[in-house]
Every structure is written in structure tokens, then in C-alpha cells.
Design a protein around this ligand. Structure first.
Ligand SMILES: [Zn+2]
Length: 85
């Protein structure tokens, strides 16, 4: 069975697809880091954009560019929306 799905067209280049996914992931990461740096300059880094409380240090260590505390982040993800800030 050589005519499996992916033997031609997009699926024919698994390595390329993997690289593309990695690049997209890194671009997202860079955008988040960039936003975190801007918040740092504005003096709002480490504060939750949802409730305004300080984001727990343990969370910032695990997720240095976190924009919100775990609770607010969860609410946003459930609404699949983004904070205004
Ligand atoms: Zn919050």
C-alpha cells in the first residue's frame, strides 16, 4: 500500500510540517515574551490582567510571561477570549 494518505500533497513533507509547527510555536512564544517585556516597562509585569492581583511567584517561575493568575487565565480560556490589555 504505497498510495496512503500523505504520499502526495501537503502530507508528503513531514519534516517540513514539523519545522513549520516549531517556527509557529516559537513565534507565539516570542510574542508572549515581547508582551511581557512591554508590561515590565509599563510596571504592570507580574500583575494579573484580569483581577489586578499579583501573580503568584511559583506561577511566574513556571510561566514567566503569564498575563494572569491561574483562575483568570482559566476563565479566559473558557470564554476563548483575550483580555483587553
Ligand atoms: Zn486574576
Amino acid at each position: 500500500m504505497r498510495d496512503a494518505p500523505g504520499s502526495h500533497g501537503w502530507g508528503a513533507a513531514p519534516e517540513g510540517s514539523l519545522n513549520l509547527a516549531m517556527v509557529q510555536q516559537q513565534e507565539r512564544l516570542l510574542a508572549q515574551i515581547d508582551a511581557a517585556i512591554r508590561r515590565h516597562k509599563a510596571g504592570t509585569y507580574g500583575r494579573c490582567l484580569g483581577c489586578g492581583e499579583e501573580i503568584p511567584l511559583a506561577r511566574l517561575k513556571a510561566l514567566p510571561f503569564a498575563r494572569a493568575c491561574a483562575q483568570c487565565q482559566e476563565e479566559w480560556e473558557q470564554q476563548s477570549g483575550q483580555p483587553a490589555g
